[in-house]
Design a protein around this ligand. Structure first.
Ligand code: IPE
Ligand code: IPE
Ligand code: MG
Length: 263
């Protein structure tokens, strides 16, 4: 299949960023749809619909920049606490998104995935999501992953359950359990951990998103409400990320270059 975003050209799009500093995986907490609609005197679902447009633009730009995967927080386990009309509208939007985007994703060579609990989701939502996953399974371009009915603690609890079952059936010894045992039982174990976590609409919290995977992600919070998020907002986040010094508990290259001199 012909990639629509042939070898991405980050140097043209983001000339001030070293291409080696483009994140491989970006996780996005799309927040602020309700506030965006309220500012305009519209119902909250109007904000969610416009949020879907921002998602499309973000995936396209991420693909052009050579980002391998983007995971979008679309519906959390906690979002069931919202009024039933809003929940139902979000479920319908998810189905409409899958049906409406399928051809564009195939054309753009985007591989679609989804993570979250199946239990509790309406059958038509699961079918719509699974059908786009199957349709785009052979796409070799960027991965677009949506988190639907997703909770970070639930994901870890589900991994723990799978591990306990393997131990009970004698397939695994407790002494063999390490970080990899858990990581390999998460919902999308083949995706690299996110390097960059973006949250729109200004809130400085994680809201139960990818708790295991973001242990060393750099966090970028923007005040922009999600429906207004566009390519230039993505560029700003990547610029911010590229300027960070990621130490992973060690030292900066410049600090370690001089060697240990003692106290
Ligand atoms: C994010 O926007 C979308 C979902 C959580 C589904 P919100 O709906 O949370 O918007 P605000 O935070 O109320 O503005
Ligand atoms: C996080 O946004 C969930 C999604 C974006 C799907 P929320 O709006 O639900 O988060 P809180 O309630 O402000 O923490
Ligand atoms: Mg919100």
């Amino acid at each position: 299949m012909q990639a629509r975003y042939p070898s991405a050209d980050p140097l043209t799009l983001l000339p001030d960023v070293d291409p080696r500093r483009i994140p491989r995986h970006i996780a996005i907490i799309m927040d602020g749809n309700g506030r965006w609609a309220k500012q305009r005197g519209f119902p909250r679902i109007f904000g969610h619909r416009n949020g879907a447009r921002a998602l499309r633009e973000t995936v396209e730009e991420a693909g052009r920049l050579g980002v391998e995967a983007v995971t979008f927080y679309s519906f959390s386990l906690e979002n069931w606490r919202r009024p039933p009309e809003e929940v139902q509208a979000l479920m319908l939007l998810c189905v409409a998104y899958c049906e409406g985007e399928r051809e564009a994703l195939l054309r753009d060579n985007v591989r679609f995935r989804w993570i979250g609990r199946r239990e509790g989701l309406p059958a038509e939502v699961i079918e719509a999501l699974d059908s786009v996953v199957a349709a785009t399974a052979r796409c070799t371009g960027p991965t677009l992953c949506v988190a639907v009915n997703y909770g970070g603690r639930a994901e870890i609890a589900d991994a723990a359950k799978a591990i306990a079952t393997a131990v009970a059936e004698g397939r695994l010894q407790p002494s063999q359990i390490g970080e990899d045992t858990i990581a390999s039982r998460l919902y999308a174990p083949d995706l690299p951990d996110p390097d960059l976590l973006i949250r729109s609409a200004g809130e400085r919290r994680i809201s139960n998103f990818l708790l295991w995977q973001i242990s060393y992600a750099e966090i970028h919070v923007t005040d922009v409400l999600w429906p207004d998020f566009d390519a230039s907002c993505l560029h700003a986040a990547i610029r911010d990320f590229a300027a960070r010094s990621r130490r992973f508990g060690g030292l900066d290259e410049s600090d370690s270059a001089g060697g240990f001199t003692g106290a």
